[in-house]
Design a protein around this ligand. Sequence first.
Ligand code: ADP
Length: 516
Amino acid sequence: MIELTLQKYFGFRTFRPKQRQIIEAVNSGANTLGVLPTGSGKSLCFQIPGLQARGVTLVISPLISLMKDQVENLKQTGVAAEFLNSTLKKKDEARIMREGLEGRYKFLYVAPERFNNETFREFVRKLDIPLVAFDEAHCISKWGHDFRPSYQDVIPTINALIPDAAFVALTATATEEVQENIQELLDIKDENVVLSSIKRDNLHLSVNKTYQRDQFILSYIQEREDASGIIYAATRAEVEKISAYLADHDINNVIYHGGLSKKERDSNQHAFLTGGVPVVIATNAFGMGINKPDIRFIIHHNLPGDLESYYQEIGRAGRDGKVSECILLSSQRDVNLHQFFIDRSNGSEQHKDHMRSKLDRMIQYNRTSKCLMSFMVKYFDADEYVTACGHCGNCLSGERTYNMKEEAAAVLELMRHTGTTLTKEHIIQVLRGERTENIVLNRLHESPHFGSMSSYLTGEIHHILDELILNGHIHHQEQQLHLVDKSCEVLEEKRDIYTVPFRKQFKEKVSISTAS
Ligand code: ADP
C-alpha cells in the first residue's frame, strides 16, 4: 500500500493532488511524466516508487546543491541515499560504488555528466536499477528554458546500459512543446502524463511600469520590514548596483551571482536561507532548489526572456502557502538586450525564431490588461479552464470601466443559436459579417447574428472572447469554444462584465445591431 510507505517514511497521511496518480503510473512500470508546481511534492513521486521497488533508484539531478539537500532529507527520514558528484574524494566515490553493489542504499543521485566516466558506467551496468528519475526534467528539452545538452545526451547511454529501467520525469515548468519533447525522448505515452495546473493562488502577480525601479524596490522593502525576498536583476553589474543602493539606505542585503567565489556564494546563500539577511539581490544563477518556505516577495528588476524562466523564478515565493507578491519591473532596454542576444546566439534560425516568440509572450505578459495568473496558466496549457484570479495587479486595477455585457450577449447568443462548437475565428468572422469560404460552407452567413458586430475590429472581438474565456464564461478547448453553465447565467440575467476600455470610442456607446 502506497499510503503505508507515505506514512512510514515521510509521516504524511494523505497525498497531495496528483501524487498518487504519478506514483501508481510509475509503480505499474510505465514511463511517466509529472508536471506539478514548485512545492507540490514532486520528490515523493519517485521516492515512494523507489522505496517500494527492488534495487537502487538512480536520480538524475542538474545541481550539486539539489542533490545534497535531497540526500540529506532522505537520510533524516531514515532512508539510505547517496550522491556521486565532483565534490567527493576518490576514496568516497569508491566506497559509495561498493556500497551500492552491496545494496546498502535505495537512492543514488548523479549529474548527467557522471555518465562520461567509464568506471561509473561499469558500475551502473552491474547495479540493479529498476527506475531512473529525471528531476527538473525540463532541462532535457531543447525547447525548455534551462536546456542542458548533457541531460539529453545521457538518454541513449542509459538505454544501452540499463535497457529495462523505467523512467519518471518531473518538472514544474513545461509548455506543451517541452512536454511533448520530453515524452518523445523518454518514450512516455500520453496516458502516463500527469499534469496539474500551474496556478498558485497564494502568489499575487503584478506588473509595475515605473521608470524609477531602484526607488520602487527601496520603498517596497522599507514598507515591509524584515520580510524575506529576492530581487532578480539581469546582470552582475546591476545586482551590485542595486545592492549598494539598498545598503546606502540601510537595507541589509546579500548578493548572489556567478562572478562571486564559491565561498562567497555559499555564505550569502546561507545568510539568506537561515533568515540572517532578509533580502538577496541575484542574477538567475540563484535559486534552483532554494527551499525557503517564507519568501514573501520576488521582484524582477528586468524582464526575463521567457515565461518559463519567470514562472520558475517566482515559484520560489510562498512555499508555505501564505500570500506572497511577485512584481515584474522592466525597461525597453531589457527587450532590446534579449533581442540582441537572440540575434547573436549560435542557434539555428528555427531556434532563434522560437526564442523570439517566447520573448514576445513575455512582452505580452508585461503589457496585458488581463488577469496575469490566467495569462500564465494559458501559456503553459492553452486548454486549461481558467477564471480570473481576482487578486493580481490587473484584476485589482480599477481600470475595468467598460461594461461589455452587450458584446458578451452577442457572442453567447450566436454560440447558443448555432448549437455547435465554433472556433474563435469563426465567431469573429460571423459577427463581423465576413463571407469567407468556410463560413458559407457551414452556412453560418445565414445566422441572424451574421454581421451584428460589423463595426468592431477583429482584434476587439478577440479581446472580448479572451475576456469571456478568462472569466470562465466560455470554455476553450482544442481550438473550439464551448458554452458552459456560467454562459447561460450571463445570457439570462444580462450580467455586467467589466473590461478595460479597449477602444477610445467605447467611452461612448457602440452599436450592435440586434438580431431580427
Ligand atoms: P517540489 O519538488 O515539487 O518543489 P518537494 O518535493 O520539495 O516539492 O516538496 C515540498 C514540500 O512538501 C516538502 O517539504 C515535502 O516534505 C512536502 N510534502 C510532499 N508531499 C507531501 C504530502 N503528501 N503531504 C504533506 N507534505 C508533503
